[in-house]
Design a protein around this ligand. Structure first.
Ligand code: SF4
Length: 338
């Protein structure tokens, strides 16, 4: 069966002039969890429940949400590190879920990941030169000497000395290790890098250095990023557009400044209300969400946010909101704020 991406009117209108690199259509990912006792039924965790978005070539698309919202699962499903339960993913118009393992290996050269924890994501028994060279070996790039030269050049690209090639991860600081992780992701010269909370394990002072490095590299190598984070300040600094996730769904997508200046979804509004304002003379009313985040095993009917939403009405508890296009953004709410 041949697949072609769904060219929606919305995508035609909002895609930048470079075009769309990645399109995710109605992705679902359910995990089965065993019951606690032998005769208990297995349950389904709705980690992703109908997630759709697209990413333009050369942009940074931020995915933000509380832990458990599904943003990391979304990143892994796009790379097919885990298989989705259903849905479609198109990368450069190729339907990824129809590709054979060999075809997917070729596409994966173009899609790399930078992981959250630079301590856990680097093998402590490998020299950093071997860590960075590993993707080159897997994809059969160059001979040993050529790979060494490529690795040395990428060490310098990420701000490390090429003479570090024989050193081990424990000899580096957290920020330096994350630079090694970035070099490993870059070495195949991919088009898309999924950055999964790449600065959240780092000190604040180091965070900005890594964010600036990512921005420089984006310019230099014409990279496209999906940037996953729970920190709104980080997302605001790095992203061109932002998708807000709640309990396995995207609830709002908008250009960054629009989202931060006039959020349309009540959940986005509550997240933004928690950002401190630097001016002590200005006061902002923080919106405290009622109740706990519901279980993804048994998500609420209707709008998933209704159990915590201060604007919820009867329809919210019964009918799942459809997407509404507002200006340059999209929002899934019966009563959007703007
Ligand atoms: Fe709140 Fe209703 Fe909008 Fe959901 S649909 S966010 S419950 S107003």
């Amino acid at each position: 069966m041949s697949h072609t991406p769904v060219e929606t009117q919305h995508n035609d209108r909002l895609a930048n002039e470079n075009g769309i690199l990645l399109q995710v259509e109605n992705i679902k990912k359910y995990f089965t969890v065993k019951g606690e006792k032998i005769f208990h039924k297995h349950s389904l965790v709705h980690a992703l429940d109908g997630v759709s978005f697209y990413v333009n070539k050369g942009e940074t698309f931020g995915l933000v949400g509380e832990s458990g919202s599904g943003k990391t699962t979304a990143g892994r499903v796009i790379l097919r590190l885990i298989e989705p339960t259903s849905g479609d993913i198109y990368f450069e118009n190729k339907h990824l879920l129809s590709l054979t393992r060999k075809e997917m290996k070729n596409v994966r050269r173009q899609m790399q990941m930078v992981f959250q924890d630079p301590y856990a994501s680097l093998n402590p028994r490998m020299a950093i030169g071997d860590i960075i060279a590993e993707p080159l070996e897997i994809h059969g790039v160059g001979n040993r000497q050529e790979r060494k030269e490529i690795v040395e050049s990428f060490l310098e690209v990420v701000g490390l000395q090429s003479s570090f090639i024989k050193r081990y991860p424990h000899e580096f600081s957290g920020g330096q290790r994350q630079r090694v992780g970035i070099a490993r992701a870059l070495v195949l010269q991919p088009k898309l890098i999924i950055c999964d909370e790449p600065v959240s394990a780092l000190d604040i002072s180091v965070q900005s250095q890594i964010l600036n490095l990512l921005k420089e590299l984006q310019e230099k190598f014409s990279l496209t990023y999906i940037f996953i984070a729970h920190g709104l300040d980080v997302i605001r600094y790095i992203s061109d557009r932002v998708g807000v996730m709640y309990l396995g769904k995207i609830v709002e997508i908008a250009p960054t400044e629009n989202l931060f200046s006039s959020p349309c979804h009540p959940y986005t509004e509550s997240l933004l209300s928690a950002i401190p304002i630097p001016n002590p003379l200005k006061r902002k009313k923080r919106i405290i969400l009622q109740g706990d985040i519901p279980s993804p095993i048994n998500p609420p009917p209707g709008c998933r946010f209704h159990t915590r939403c201060r604007y919820a009405q009867k329809i919210c508890r019964e009918v799942e909101p459809e997407k509404q296009v507002l200006g340059q953004g999209e929002v899934w709410c019966h009563f959007p704020l703007a």
